[in-house]
Structure formats: C-alpha cells, structure tokens
Design a protein around this ligand. Structure first.
Ligand SMILES: Nc1ncnc2c1ncn2[C@@H]1O[C@H](COP(=O)(O)OP(=O)(O)OP(=O)(O)O)[C@@H](O)[C@H]1O
Ligand SMILES: [Mg+2]
Length: 267
C-alpha cells in the first residue's frame, strides 16, 4: 500500500491573552503517515489536540511548524491558487466536530449540499445534481423532502451531523478526516453510518482518518490506532496491539473506560 498522507513534526502553538501572553502547545511535533485505503483512528481525551491536527491537515489552520504532504505534495508550500485548493478539498475533505459551525445559517440544506459541486471538475446538469444530493441524504437515513428546504437551525444536532456526512458521500474524497462524526447520532443509526464509511473504502478505496475519544469505537472500526495525549502521539499500533499490550499508563486508562460489554458486542 502506498503512503497517501505524511505528517512530519507538525506543531501548533496558540498565543492567548493580551496583557500577559501565554502559549498553548496544542499539537507538539507530531509525525505519522497514512497508507492508501487505511482506516486510522486518532484517540485521545478532550483537549489533546485532535481537532487542531485535523484542521491543519484539512488546510483550515496554518501549522506553526512542520510539514503535511498529501500524495507527495506539501499542502502549505505546493498548493497555491484556487484550482489547487479545489483539487485538494475534492480529494481531502472532512466531517467536523461541530456541525453548526460548518453551515451558513441563512442557507438551506439544499444550498449547502449543492456548494459541494463547486469542488467538482465535471459539469453536471441540475437533474443529476439533484439526484446525487438526494441519494446522499438517503444514505445517511434522512428523507430528502423533509430536509432540503430547511435551514440548519431547523434541524436537530444529529440531523445536521448526518447532512455533513451526506456531503462527504457526495464528494467521495480520497481521504476523509472525520472528527467525532457520529457523536450526536443515535446508537442504532451510528453503526449503519460507520458501515457506510467502510463501504466507501471498499468501493473506491477511500482512506479514513477517524477522530474520537471513544476507544471502543476506534477498536471496532480501525486498522490502526494512534493515541494522542497533551499534543503528542504517545502510542500507535493495531487495535489488538493497543488493547492487549498498551505501553502507556494513559492508554491503559483509556482502555479501562471501555465498558466490557461494548468490546464483546463489537468483535
Ligand atoms: N483557537 C484556539 N486558540 C487558543 N487555543 C486553542 C484554540 N483551539 C484549540 N486550542 C487549545 O488547543 C488544545 C487542543 O485543542 P483541540 O480542539 O485540538 O482538542 P481536541 O483533542 O479536539 O479536544 P475535544 O476532544 O474536546 O474535541 C486545547 O488546550 C485548546 O484549548
Ligand atoms: Mg476536538
């Protein structure tokens, strides 16, 4: 399998405060690589730097230092104009943790979904677009006629999250960064949606980076798990390696928090 994403010494330092400035090291020299078709999870407690890492890979915030390469291209040095960025976001796209922040509140769900077509090279006619949008919404258990004309605040959190996921199924990027994508979705629907992600991988070889603080979920869905703690990746391995032979105290604590029933239910 070839490497699709390479992250080297990635760091993000935030400066906060006006009178007395203070630095927060959100991500501290993180290095890892992801192979094409892999499902990799980034697991860690709240504030460990997961979302910051995701947003840097999605090219939404600029790293303080370090390099991110997608298919050999340095995403901060080699991508310049609008067409390079469209290429990037067509190929690397995400589901964000806070579904509300991703929506323009005045837009209807139809506008939000249609905007994804701006990333497409191919020209599609209105009927094709409408059909693709409806299919994607149905995949995540939404009824198109019920949501298309609504505005984001007229949907529940879980519904908004499903619209975000539907958008990913519409774009079908090569690499999906999914930051707590199902945190507001009922358990029954959640498994179905997770299966859709693996179907995407089977069908078109999508690579998925899954971000969660739920070790049970990570164990269930991933080929490889990376454990993040205070901005650093402290441990990495297959789910079985991590569960059977955790090296760090912190990883052991995370494992203890998985209900036993949960693990036996999954595997
Ligand atoms: N814009 C910002 N300005 C200042 N500090 C920030 C900013 N964004 C994040 N941080 C800080 O960086 C650290 C990492 O935050 P991050 O959102 O990446 O954590 P996380 O692992 O995604 O947590 P959670 O599981 O709660 O989503 C935290 O200490 C947070 O307070
Ligand atoms: Mg986060």
């Amino acid at each position: 399998m070839s490497t699709i994403l390479e992250v080297k010494n990635l760091a993000k330092i935030y400066e906060i405060g006006y009178i007395r400035k203070r630095q927060i090291v959100a991500v501290d020299k993180v290095s890892f690589s992801v192979k094409k078709g892999e499902i990799i999870s980034l697991v860690g407690e709240s504030g460990s730097g997961k979302t910051t890492t995701a947003r840097m890979i999605l090219r939404l915030i600029k790293p303080t230092s370090g390099v991110i390469k997608f298919m050999g291209r340095d995403i901060w040095r080699d991508l310049r104009g609008g067409s390079d960025l469209r290429w990037y976001w067509r190929n690397v796209n995400g589901v964000f943790q806070d579904p509300f922040s991703s929506f323009n509140p005045t837009h209807r769900i139809r506008d939000f979904m249609y905007r994804a077509f701006n990333l497409f090279n191919e020209k599609l006619d209105r009927d094709t677009k409408e059909r693709l949008v409806r299919e994607a919404l149905q995949m995540v258990g939404l009824i198109p006629d019920e949501v298309l004309n609504r505005r984001p605040f007229e949907l529940s959190g879980g519904m908004r999250q499903r619209v975000m996921i539907a958008r990913i199924f519409l774009i079908r990027p090569m690499l999906v960064i999914a930051d707590e994508p199902t945190s507001m979705i009922d358990a029954t629907l959640r498994l179905g949606i997770l299966r859709l992600f693996s179907k995407l991988r089977e069908e078109i070889g999508t690579t998925i980076m899954f971000i969660t603080h739920d070790m049970g979920l990570a164990y269930y869905i991933s080929d490889r798990i990376m454990v993040m703690y205070r901005g650093k990746i402290i441990e990495e391995g297959t789910p079985d390696e991590i569960v059977n032979n955790p090296k760090h105290e912190y990883t052991r604590n995370l494992l203890d928090s998985i209900p036993k029933l949960y693990t036996s239910w999954f595997k």
